[in-house]
Design a protein around this ligand. Structure first.
Ligand code: NAD
Ligand code: UDP
Length: 333
């Protein structure tokens, strides 16, 4: 086993790092910033607020070890840091298809800019890659050795292919310039602070159920996804960043697989909603099945998710009940 929790905690406590989190005001990035700030690190959050709002990190602004910079990672920036979590990229289909060319630029030019900082500073850099590199997979569950089945000219390609090129760039900077890289392939992750109008299935279903609106199942609802709660995710990406001798790619996600219809029924049950299920057209290239094989994460990082769907959904529903939907805006160019 490569990850040793005791040693990691001892080292982490004795080593305060300067850490850059790109996309740090987003759903996952803001939780990551929160955890890194509370661990005592000097955290720079860099975001252009394309799909997020300042409110996600407003509670960190008065912390002396937190700094917020409005910046677009497709443009160069000069910073001195020890670690970089490259989280910036719209992640929901509705968000990444809003301006597909910008999405590719964020993955490609953004990665080049961040890898350049890592190379100059000798920083370790982690790429938030995605299960979408497997496309509509022919292998199930998906292992890291599977090379995927992506439609390069489809409407999801701006995201999928952008993330695939980003992985290529990370590996080439590693091989050619000895940059210390880490790659995690994140499967569907949900929780408080996900954008309520991002169009992703968990956000849509909870919002619809709480309002008593029809729940829109795309297709017949037999397609599957495996949902990971945000706390499990934050824990494992920090482990991945701080483990030695293993660069990935590694799948991270919850291996328990649900059909979309089951998710809709569970959401109705937990909200006590009277919403009805209705079918709507299935978007093009929508993957039929998705479930991570997490054997590698278990072996190398001593990690597996702890929070199951029902518990995570309850937390997320509770959070949705507290927010004012009027505070959230659609993505802006
Ligand atoms: P999110 O949309 O909430 O966060 C992305 C953040 O990046 C936002 O704050 C956005 O404003 C920022 N951003 C986008 N383009 C930018 C740019 N050019 N410059 C600077 N900032 C920019 O999404 P999320 O769910 O928190 O996803 C975070 C990362 O994890 C993304 O890279 C995503 O691809 C990856 N990921 C997420 C999931 C998931 O299920 N949540 C699954 C796979 C991969
Ligand atoms: N989906 C759905 N109803 C919705 C939103 C999404 O049935 O209101 C489906 C979508 O077609 C896909 C699954 O839920 O099969 C997950 O979609 P999401 O956009 O959350 O993520 P991704 O497709 O990127 O996994």
């Amino acid at each position: 086993m490569i990850f040793n929790r005791q040693r990691f905690l001892r080292t982490a406590r004795s080593m305060i790092q300067r850490i850059l989190v790109t996309g740090g005001a987003g759903f996952l990035g803001s939780h990551l910033c929160e955890r890194l700030v509370s661990d005592g690190h000097d955290v720079i959050c860099l975001d252009n607020f394309f799909t997020s709002q300042k409110t996600n990190v407003v509670h960190l602004l008065d912390k002396p070890n937190f700094e917020l910079i409005r910046h677009d990672i497709t443009l160069p920036i000069h910073l001195e840091v020890d670690q970089i979590y490259n989280m910036a990229c719209p992640a929901a289909p509705g968000h990444y298809q809003f301006n597909p060319i910008k999405t590719i630029k964020t993955s490609v030019m953004g990665s080049i800019n961040m890898l350049g900082i890592a190379k100059r500073c000798g920083a370790r850099i982690l790429q938030a890659s995605t299960s979408e590199v497997y496309g509509d997979p022919e292998q199930h569950p998906q292992t890291e050795s599977y090379r995927g089945s992506v439609n390069p000219i489809g409407i999801r390609a701006c995201y999928d292919e952008g993330k695939r090129v980003a992985e290529t760039l990370f590996m080439d900077y590693h091989r050619s310039n000895n940059v210390d890289v880490r790659i995690v392939r994140i499967f569907n992750t949900y929780g408080p602070r996900m954008h309520p109008f991002d169009g992703r299935v968990v956000a849509n279903f909870i919002r619809q159920a709480l309002a008593g609106d029809d729940i829109t199942i795309f297709g017949d609802g037999s397609q599957t996804r495996s949902f990971c709660y945000r706390d499990d995710l934050v824990e494992v990406i920090i482990r991945m960043m701080n483990c030695d001798g293993f660069i990935g790619p590694v799948n991270i996600g919850n291996p328990h697989e649900f059909t979309i219809r089951q998710l809709a029924e569970k959401t109705i049950e937990l909200t006590g909603s009277s919403s009805k299920l209705i079918e709507a057209p299935l978007p093009a290239d929508d993957p039929t099945r998705r479930r991570p094989d997490i054997a590698l994460a278990k072996e190398k990082l001593d990690w597996e998710p702890k929070i199951e769907l029902e518990q995570g959904l309850k937390h997320t529903i509770d959070w949705f009940k507290t927010i004012n939907l009027g505070d959230y805006r659609p993505p802006t160019p």
